[in-house]
Design a protein around this ligand. Structure first.
Ligand code: GDP
Length: 477
């Protein structure tokens, strides 16, 4: 351990306001306690109730986690296929699915659901979850053991016999005295149907409570809709008196980059970002088909940054500008699959002087060209870049992108969002300020469980609203 860093880590709030428990081995996961060195202290304090619940969750996880006596007992019954009564340990298995930004958001949502239902969260490691993240809970792994009897998760879909929505549809659950299966599968993927969406109803939650093992597959940040389930309301408002901080706290609690990823983050930060007076993050995610860069996207980024005064204008008539006052330095961290955007912006501030004399440097860590979710190094870089964006002072993100959502809420940043372009033209306005740092739930249900009719779930309570970047989405504010 480098002695030179020690006093600083001790001074800084290295347990993040009590969010993290002390006593982990620091060497095996440097990011856990070093992150405080790279971030300014969050102005958002976690509630003492949240801290209590996290500590009691940790105790539950330790008592029920992989290969404990309770775990072994319930897995044995799962193997035998017989119906089982709920035990003192009930579980939620999160299935690794979709892009990395999506996975991070769904895992946080799943953890919140586990907290609310007193379940133990176990993580399907997929290709690289274990490589990317440290263990978040003390003394007991969160990884689903490889010898867990159910593991063909790829084949789990809406038609799966134990899929909850499917069982409702086939009225299997209505028969009196049918004994429940020891496990059920929750299909919360964006293509889910009205039956699957009953997950968000009180009555259905009451039934699910009796099932010892729940397997969940989702690609959505469903936390906002949990706030509309009556039976969770009180607990949620105790956990999060400040509703717009759910991912901010849970994300900082759960997601500690593994040492290889932390190396990518810290080396990059120290080399390119640490010494600037100010840091601006620009996250460019283009959902159009075809290879970028696109001229209209470049024009839009600049239009946004100049209009919102996040970057200075350049003077194209003078070779050199003579500003009065301090010469500030601003480092721009731009992330994108394509290299073209940062090249152009960097050239602009090389070829012409900034009118206010600011010294602008532009950096882009990687340009991977296309999404390669199955590759280890690709995802390490993706995580490093989300995290680096979260360390900036101001942030521009792209509409609809979970990659940007992770960065903004980890960083506690309310971003400027680039309006989604139509017909390859620069939208007007090019960007707008978001309402909160929370991620958007892209595929929420629109159902009133009591009245059994459709309803606008974005108009029920003031803290669950439609997203600014996706009109049908829901987010916490
Ligand atoms: P979303 O599709 O924008 O919601 O974000 P996801 O993270 O779920 O999926 C996009 C994936 O594409 C990422 O996980 C990366 O694999 C890749 N990707 C997209 N943008 C970038 C980027 O700026 N940098 C890197 N390194 N990868 C990116």
């Amino acid at each position: 351990e480098g002695d030179s860093t020690k006093p600083v880590t001790e001074q800084k709030d290295k347990l993040l306001g009590g969010l993290l428990s002390a006593g982990f081995d620091e060497e095996s996961c440097r990011s856990r306690y070093e992150s405080a060195l790279y971030r300014t202290t969050s102005p958002h304090k976690p509630s003492t109730y949240l801290l209590d619940r996290l500590r009691s969750y940790e105790a539950l996880h330790k008592r029920c986690g992989p290969y404990t006596e309770s775990y072994n007992k319930t897995v044995e019954k799962l193997r035998s296929g017989h119906a089982i009564e709920p035990t003192d340990c009930n579980y939620l298995v999160w299935v690794a699915f979709s892009g990395l930004g999506n996975r991070i958001l769904t895992l946080a949502s799943a953890f919140l659901y586990a907290l609310l239902t007193n379940r133990v969260l176990l993580v399907d490691r997929g290709k690289d979850m274990a490589d990317l993240f440290c263990e978040p809970f003390p003394e007991m792994s969160w990884l689903l053991p490889l010898d867990f009897p159910l593991n063909q998760f790829d084949s789990y879909d809406q038609k799966f016999p134990q899929c909850y929505g499917n069982m409702v549809k086939k009225k299997i659950l209505n028969k009196p005295k049918t004994s429940l299966t020891p496990f059920m599968y929750l299909h919360l993927v964006h293509d889910y149907d009205d039956h699957d969406k009953l997950f968000f109803c009180d009555q259905d939650q009451a039934l699910l409570q009796k099932v010892p093992w729940l397997i969940m597959k989702t690609d959505n940040y469903f936390a906002p809709s949990l706030f509309l389930i009556h039976s969770f309301e009180e607990e949620l408002s105790n956990l999060f008196p400040d509703k717009g901080t759910v991912f901010h706290h849970l994300g900082r609690y759960l997601f500690h980059p593994s040492n290889p990823v932390w190396g990518l983050i810290t080396r990059y930060y120290q080399a390119y970002l640490a010494n600037a007076d100010e840091r601006l993050g620009i996250q460019v995610r283009v959902f159009d088909t075809g290879a970028g860069p696109f001229q209209h996207v470049l024009d839009q980024i600049l239009a946004c940054a100049l209009k919102e005064k996040l970057l200075p204008e350049v003077n194209k008539r003078e070779p050199i500008s003579y500003p009065t006052g301090d010469r500030k330095s601003k480092a721009v961290l731009l992330t994108s699959l394509s290299a073209g955007y940062s090249d152009n912006i960097r050239d602009m501030y090389w070829e012409y002087p900034a009118v206010n004399g600011e010294v602008i440097s532009v950096y882009q860590p990687s340009h991977e060209e296309y999404q390669q979710t199955e590759k280890k190094n690709h995802n390490r870089k993706a995580l490093a870049e989300m995290y680096l964006l979260s360390l900036t002072d101001k942030l521009i993100t792209s509409s609809w992108s979970t990659f940007g959502y992770v960065a903004q809420s980890l960083g506690g940043l309310t971003p400027w969002i680039l309006t989604k372009p139509e017909n390859k033209t620069v939208p007007d306005p090019p960007c707008f300020r978001d309402m909160s740092m929370e991620p958007c739930f892209h595929a929420p249900p629109f159902y009133d469980c009591k009245a059994k009719t459709g309803t606008d779930t974005g108009a029920i309570v003031p803290h669950v609203r439609h997203c600014a970047d996706m009109s049908w989405g829901l987010k916490l504010v």
